[in-house]
Design a protein. Sequence first.
Length: 408
Amino acid sequence: MTETETDRRAEFDAPPLRRLRYFHGQMLGARDFQREQDYHREKLKLRMRCLLGYGVVCGLFVEPGPQDDDCPPSGEAAPAEETERTRHRARVRITPGLAVDADGNEVVVRGGGVVDLWKALPPDERDTDTVWVGVQYAERAVEATRAVYNDACADTSDCEFGWTEECWSVRVTGCEPPADERCDTCCCAPCGHKVLWLARIDCVDFREPVPEDRIHMNVRRPFGRHLPTVITGVNWIHGHTYTIDEAKALLGTQHEDGGLLVRFSAGVRTDSLQPGVVEIQVIEGGSGRNASTWYMGGTFARPDDDPCEFTEEFRYRQTTRETLQDGDRVLITVRTAFVLDRCCRPVDGTHVGGRVPLIHTHTDTADPAETAPARGGCDLPPSGIGPWTSGTGTGGDVFESWFFVKER
């Protein structure tokens, strides 16, 4: 039995669910009603994590926290307790939102909250300047109620809490959390990932406010059954106009270290990068009526003796000597439905808005800040977390992009 099969079998080794069966004359106690409540909660959680998945549904952004006024009135010294309170000023705010953890619990953050990073860090992890911030499902007993009589078979106090409030707690760590690399998120047994990590904060100075540019929220997991692999960067500017020489350098026509570079968020199977997955089509331009198209031959530029089973990027270069002309359009197609990740799922490759970021390489001949076309007012993807990547969350599809060619 393989390791994956063993893991999947262990996930379904949880005891079967039992529901209360009523009959006339039955004697019911608090334990019976509690087990009935647990039955319905476990059924809801099972459906949530197995059918829909887990992750951040909406909100739960991490932003710089508010700062108190540290300055006392003129001519007055700050009290000792005030100096101690403001000594650590690294605070962040978690905005309201909704998430579902790996067990199927709904984490509802109402009103948000401010986190003092120094106080929230465990004492043995404070020798770091990189921290991760997350939230976790929690419960607490509320509304104390006096019992009518004590249980003769158990030690109970005269006063008991009558309700359980579902809430959340903040988790801050200085140790990088382990990535959830499971391919199958449908776990019937308890899962190991309890915390929903929302942000990584770099170069933290606990005595200073946290700048916004040091908060990186790309560590958060969007809600779903699995995290799809997406395209995170290419080495050409979508829709840009290159000179013929720049296009040759970009396509690797004359140099083996050139070629179109595509980068992924995680490793993809090298054996899925087969001929036909990437296609370069040239649509002839120029003056007058033009309708001719032709395909430019190319190949994946990787060593034949490369033993790696997975790669996080590939380079595709032109292998023929066709010549581009003024007014041509070069159409690049990557059939990402045929590019498989380590879980044998297709890469989510839809080029949404043509906004996949540019990978800067030593072969760049143009300044993208001056030449990149305007994209409109969508600075962030629909998730609200940048940078842009390919994908709509469904997986597969075709990544399409193009650039234009001019004589000079």
